[in-house]
Design a protein around this ligand. Structure first.
Ligand SMILES: [Zn+2]
Length: 233
């Protein structure tokens, strides 16, 4: 069994891509926030439809992360505040995932896109609440209920991990607070690089800030490592 490599372990300085972030919809202070930027620095190459950003590797900004056959792991820690109870089906709060380069800016999200794999936090009328939905190449896979109460006025922390293993062609979504694997996606098409993506949505109704946690900032408790290793086996 190979060990799990976090970006720090492999020396890869992954971070939010501030050059590509869609400033018409979101901005980055340290976190990715679902409010448009007050200033609009000029710059070609920004995402125009996707409501968020991708990651960048400062040593190799044109590649999403190394394709070295080692599992990569990153986390997002989200603060979510509902300004009002949500009613609409499919109403997006946030998403994390990966997709091919050409899919990054086709839509406001990647959930419905080919060559994408993601987990979205959405209001879901099927289950009458806020669900964590897993999507694979544009197709719905499953819902996990009881994400947070659909009530206004309280702040919640949602903490998720993503494992990307191009050697085993697997992506694993983890609920860090629940210490559970939400879903393991097999037979991932890794024939082209997949970019980590980060989306935050709907500023009129929710306030979302997403912190991208990599490397030594990740608390790699033994039980978490064991859970990931088992999900990849
Ligand atoms: Zn649901």
């Amino acid at each position: 069994m190979r060990s799990l490599d976090t970006p720090a372990a492999t020396g890869i300085p992954l971070k939010y891509d501030k050059e590509r972030v869609n400033l018409n919809k979101v901005h980055i202070n340290t976190d990715l926030v679902n409010r448009k930027s007050g200033t609009r620095p000029a710059g070609e190459g920004r995402l125009k439809k996707y409501e968020g950003t991708c990651s960048t590797d400062t040593h190799a900004p044109t590649t999403p992360h190394p394709m070295d056959g080692c599992p990569q792991y990153w986390e997002v820690e989200n603060r979510v505040y509902l300004d009002k109870p949500l009613t609409e089906n499919g109403f997006l709060i946030l998403e994390v995932g990966v997709c091919r380069e050409e899919q990054r800016d086709v839509s406001h999200d990647i959930g419905g896109r080919p060559y994408s794999y993601c987990m979205s936090v959405v209001h879901c009328t099927t289950h009458g609440g806020i669900c964590r939905e897993i999507w694979r190449v544009g197709k719905y896979v499953l819902c996990l209920l009881d994400t947070l109460p659909n009530t206004a006025g309280t702040s919640h922390t949602l903490h998720y991990g993503v494992v990307y293993d191009d050697a085993r062609k697997k992506i694993v979504f983890i609920d860090v607070k629940e210490k559970k694997v939400m879903s393991t996606l097999d037979n991932v098409d890794c024939s082209e690089p997949l970019w980590p993506m980060f989306g935050v949505y709907n500023p009129g109704d929710v306030t979302v800030s997403m912190r991208f946690v990599v490397g030594s900032d990740i608390n790699m408790a033994e039980e978490k490592t064991a859970m990931i290793v088992m999900a990849l086996s």
